[in-house]
Design a protein around this ligand. Structure first.
Ligand code: NAP
Length: 247
């Protein structure tokens, strides 16, 4: 059985920030299970790990599926022991101005980005409570604080995660489980590659450092929070956004 401090579950590890976090933790000697929504995505995580000799494996998971969450966590526990580090990274956007926002686009974002985090966290918490050690790190967003036209659903879900983080941190602090959130600004990933040139220029104008962030830069912050050295850091949201907010 693995030491819980050495076993991480990273949701949405097939690309972007989640992939960078999974690789970073695995390079630090943590065994990592990274998830994707498809078997092709899960295989690509395992292949990447194999090529780099990392203890990182891909598994299929849809965070909207409560039974699948339970099945995956049970399988990990049986094979390796309790997950000690949970990185809630998986998320989607379904943008649109509220007047025109389809109810499905509201529901899907809340279900994936907010309720998915509730599901994973609640399931992994049992093992952390037993181990009296845990790290829960959740990716929120600058738009939870700044707002963004066309993203009322995403901003609501991400702002919800900030409150979730604080409340849970107060509940489980006595068990030496830390709960923190990381709020990136604009990071070069598939989520931001969808923007057209005009949108990119407008956004860059709001970033004092004058560039988008890299997934690896976010991963470094997550890795710090996941490690032993961050044992006295809890109930916080960390902004990593090139200085754009709060300013
Ligand atoms: N990129 C940014 O600028 C930025 C800014 C602020 C906050 N963030 C936050 O940082 C996190 C990562 O963002 P990113 O840009 O790296 O995202 P991304 O490149 O769009 O990747 C999203 C990941 O989530 C997975 N996913 C999507 N729906 C899922 C579901 N229902 N169940 C399980 N996994 C699911 C995807 O899996 P598949 O590959 O299988 O689809 C993928 O691995 C998110 O929480 C995002 O809100 C990002």
């Amino acid at each position: 059985m693995s030491d819980p401090q050495r076993l991480a579950l990273v949701t949405g590890a097939s690309r972007g920030i989640g992939a960078a976090v999974a690789v970073r933790l695995a390079r630090a000697g943590v065994r990592v299970v990274g998830t994707a929504t498809t078997s092709a995505g899960a295989e690509s995580i395992s292949e990447l790990a194999g090529a780099q000799g990392l203890a990182l494996e891909g598994q299929v998971l849809d965070v909207r599926d409560a039974e699948a969450v339970d099945r995956l966590c049970a399988a990990i526990e049986e094979r390796y022991g309790a997950v000690g580090i949970l990185v809630n990274n998986a998320a989607i956007t379904r943008d649109g101005l509220l007047l025109r926002m389809d109810p499905d686009d509201w529901d899907e974002v809340l279900e994936t980005d907010l309720t998915g985090v509730y599901r994973l966290t609640r399931r992994c918490l049992r093992g952390m409570v037993r181990a009296r050690w845990g790290r829960i790190i959740t990716l929120t967003s600058v738009v939870a604080f700044s707002g963004n036209p066309g993203q009322a659903n995403y901003a609501a879900a991400k702002a919800g995660l900030v409150g979730f983080t604080r409340a849970l941190a107060l509940e489980v602090g006595s068990r030496q489980i830390t709960v923190n959130a990381v709020a990136p600004g604009f990071i070069e990933t598939d989520m931001t590659r969808r923007l057209d040139e005009r949108q990119r220029e407008a956004l860059l104008g709001r970033v004092p450092l004058g560039r988008f962030g890299r997934a690896e830069e976010v991963a470094a912050l997550v890795a710090y929070l996941a490690g032993d050295e961050a044992g006295y850091v809890t109930a916080q949201t960390f902004h990593i956004n090139g200085g754009m907010f709060p300013s």
